[in-house]
Design a protein around this ligand. Structure first.
Ligand SMILES: O=c1ccn([C@@H]2O[C@H](COP(=O)(O)O)[C@@H](O)[C@H]2O)c(=O)[nH]1
Length: 282
C-alpha cells in the first residue's frame, strides 16, 4: 500500500491555493445567542455547521475549538464530528484545537482518537501541549506523520499569563519556548516542502523573542483579531511574507454571522489583507 501524502505537503498546497488564514470555529455561548439561536445542542449544531460551510469553503484550514463542543456533552461531540466532515467536504483541512498532552501511554489513546489511521474523530492535525516533556509527544508525532497528519505543539501562546513559564530560561540560556521550537525543528529536519510538526506562537507575542528560522514547519498564530493582534503585528513578528504562518482568527470572523453572505465577506476581507504585502495594519 502506498503511503499517504504528508500533512506538511498537503498544507503547503492548500495555502498556495486558498491563502494562509486559519478560520476558528469557536461556538461561544454568547455568539450562539447573538446569532439568535438557543444555547443548546440544536443551536450549537446550526451555528457550527453554518459557520463551517462558509469558512471551510474560503480557507485552507479551519480550527474547531473542541472545548465549545465538549461543553454540550455527547451531543456536542457528535456536532464536532459533523463539523469535521463538513469542512472536509468544503475542501479545507481540519486542525482540531484540543491541546492534549499526557504521559506516553495516555497520549497513545489521544493519538488513536484524533490522528492515527482509523482515528475516531480524524483530524488533519491537532494541537498538543509539551508540558509533560517534549518526548511524551514523540509517538503521537510519529503516528500522525505516518498517517499523513500533523501536530502543532504549544510553544509561545497568545495569552498574557504564558510568558512567565514559556520565557523561563533553560540551562544554556534558551527560553522554554525556544527549546520547544528547536525540538519541533529536529523532527522536521528531513521534510519538504514543509514539515508535519508545527508550533503555536501567538500573534500577540513581541517580535524578536523566538528564532523560527530552522523550524521548517508551519506556525499557528492565534491572537489575530479578537485578542488584538493586527496584520502589521503578524508581519513584524513573522516577516513580510508570513512564510509558513497560519494567522488564526475565531470570534472576529464569527461575529459577522448569522448571515452567510456577511460571514463570507468578512473572511474574504481578512484573506485580502493577509495577501497584501504592503498591508501593515488593519
Ligand atoms: O496560544 C493560543 C493557542 C490557542 N488559542 C485558541 O485560538 C482561538 C482564538 O480565538 P479568538 O476568538 O480568535 O481569540 C481559541 O480557540 C483559543 O483557544 C489561542 O487563543 N492562543
Amino acid at each position: 500500500m502506498s503511503s499517504p501524502e504528508r500533512f506538511g505537503a498537503r498544507l503547503a498546497k492548500a495555502v498556495a491555493a486558498r491563502g494562509p488564514l486559519c478560520a476558528g470555529i469557536d461556538p461561544h455561548p454568547g455568539l450562539i445567542e447573538a446569532w439568535g439561536l438557543p444555547v443548546d445542542a440544536s443551536g450549537l449544531e446550526r451555528f457550527a455547521l453554518s459557520a463551517t460551510e462558509v469558512l471551510a469553503a474560503h480557507t485552507a484550514i479551519v480550527k474547531p475549538q473542541s472545548a465549545f463542543f465538549e461543553s454540550f456533552g455527547a451531543a456536542g461531540v457528535r456536532v464536532l464530528e459533523r463539523v469535521v466532515e463538513t469542512a472536509r467536504e468544503a475542501g479545507a483541512l481540519v486542525l482540531l484545537d484540543v491541546k492534549r498532552g499526557d504521559i506516553g501511554s495516555t497520549m497513545a489513546a489521544y493519538t488513536a482518537a484524533y490522528v492515527a489511521d482509523g482515528a475516531a474523530i480524524a483530524a488533519d492535525a491537532i494541537t498538543v501541549s509539551p508540558y509533560l516533556g517534549f518526548g511524551s509527544l514523540a509517538q503521537c508525532a510519529a503516528t500522525a506523520t505516518a498517517a499523513g497528519r500533523g501536530v502543532f505543539v504549544l510553544a509561545r501562546t497568545s495569552n498574557p499569563e504564558a510568558a512567565a513559564v514559556q520565557n523561563a530560561l533553560l540551562p544554556g540560556g534558551r527560553t522554554v519556548a525556544q527549546g520547544i521550537v528547536d525540538s519541533a525543528a529536529a523532527l522536521n529536519a528531513q521534510a519538504g516542502p514543509l514539515g508535519d510538526i508545527g508550533v503555536v506562537v501567538g500573534a500577540t507575542v513581541a517580535p524578536g523573542e523566538l528564532d523560527l528560522s530552522q523550524l521548517n514547519g508551519p506556525v499557528l498564530a492565534p491572537g489575530f483579531g479578537a485578542q488584538g493582534a493586527t496584520v502589521g503585528d503578524l508581519r513584524a513578528l513573522f516577516g513580510i511574507g508570513l512564510p509558513g504562518v497560519l494567522p488564526a482568527s475565531s470570534r472576529d470572523l464569527l461575529r459577522h454571522g448569522p448571515e452567510q453572505a456577511a460571514l463570507r465577506q468578512a473572511v474574504e476581507r481578512v484573506a485580502e489583507l493577509l495577501a497584501d504585502p504592503q498591508e501593515n495594519g488593519q
